[in-house]
Design a protein around this ligand. Sequence first.
Ligand SMILES: [Zn+2]
Length: 164
Amino acid sequence: MTQPPSMYHQDRQDRLIREFEHDTYKIRQKLPEPTVCPECRAVYHNGRWQWSEAPAGANEEMCPACHRVHDKCPAGFLTLMGEFFAEHRDEIIHLVRNIEEREKAEHALKRIMAVEEQDGGVLITFTDPQLARAAGQAVQHAYKGDLDFSYQEEEFLLRVNWSR
Ligand SMILES: [Zn+2]
């Protein structure tokens, strides 16, 4: 059985969420509104990136999620390991992709970056630490197993490990 996270841990998680409400990765100045990302066509409007139609003549600048993809600089990591995982691999990765689809529809900057083979399992990288956490929690909710988080404060990223 997995122990619930300590209060201390929970505080750190909450702080992480606040810090990432607005990912300003590579965005150094306040963007004019509307701004459209030339890569993914997300629109910065009302202080956040969202999926909507960009008006003609909108300012263009790459969104933080596309910057992270270009720089190969994930904000969240989820490793999936273990014998059970090996047997149910496709199904579990499919679940993670469903979580991304659902979250990305509402939050334009929450995306999977890559699904990579790793020794004994798979590493999934994300543009957003909350998405890594949500994906890990969904896997644990569906399949039990062991889940742990490590938040690297100085780098603003979250590593999530699940195994069964
Ligand atoms: Zn973009």
